[in-house]
Design a protein around this ligand. Structure first.
Ligand code: URA
Length: 238
């Protein structure tokens, strides 16, 4: 791939802007020598204003999403892309959230430009569990676990029953819910069906990948290959 296209695809600017940047000497090799448009060294040897380039596609990152941000690109308020470098929103192929979290849900959100990987993670058949920590308005009563596990719970305005889900009691008003699918506002609607109300919801794991303790809210980082593999690795027992 030509240098201009490579940098434009990584979101460093339009092709015209990237051309200008190359001509201004902003793009160098790892010795600091300015590159011309016709040179394309190995990816890890290219520098933009002295910094290593972002990784090429396929890119997978994790974001510790705070409440108050939506997962769409064209929502009027704050969006998850506001938490990433601006160029991440300009990449081609585009970086998309792997399933959505509600505006008022926080926690682990994966983003990738790898469409196949995205579908593998969100498809119920992939067996990738999504684990949520819910804080409730009222104490658990004991019927919620069997209801969620029944495979017969039909949410309001839907006809298809939910797949069986697991509930683990964490406290009087706290539970972990482990899902195989991701329907609109699913956890909140499940507790509403059980006569309760979710006050706070956080996703704590996807498959075998737990939200790391050292990733503060609003921060992101690129996944290692091991972490990407962990998403598909067995059950999450965290
Ligand atoms: N369930 C919800 O209710 N909201 C989410 O964001 C995810 C699961």
């Amino acid at each position: 791939m030509k240098l201009v296209k490579l940098l434009a695809n990584l979101g460093y600017g339009s092709r015209k802007e990237v051309q200008r940047l190359i001509r201004s000497g902003a793009v160098t090799d790892d010795t600091g020598r300015p590159l011309s448009e016709s040179e394309v060294p190995a990816h890890d040897r290219i520098r933009f204003r002295g910094e290593e380039l972002d990784p090429p596609s396929p890119l997978v990152l994790m974001l510790n999403k705070p409440c108050g941000y939506t997962c769409g690109t064209d929502d009027p308020g704050a969006v998850i892309y506001d938490l990433l470098p601006e160029r991440f929103g300009q990449r081609n192929p585009a970086l998309s959230p792997v399933g959505r979290l509600d505006k008022d849900t926080s926690g682990l959100l994966l983003m990738t430009d790898d469409g196949q990987l995205l579908h593998r993670i969100i498809h119920p058949k992939s067996g990738c569990l999504k684990v949520y920590h819910a804080t409730l308005d009222r104490p658990l009563e004991g019927h919620e676990g069997p209801l969620f596990a029944s495979g017969e719970l039909v949410l309001r305005n839907e006809t298809k029953p939910l797949l069986p889900a697991r509930l683990e009691v964490v406290g009087e008003k706290e539970a972990r819910v482990i899902l195989h699918e991701g329907r609109y506002h699913q956890v909140r609607r499940m507790f509403a069906a059980a006569g309760n109300h979710v006050l706070d919801l956080r996703r704590v794991a996807i498959g075998g990948l737990a939200l790391p303790d050292d990733l503060p809210e609003g921060e992101w980082r690129i996944l290692t290959n091991e972490e990407t593999a962990a998403v598909f690795a067995g059950k999450n027992t965290d």
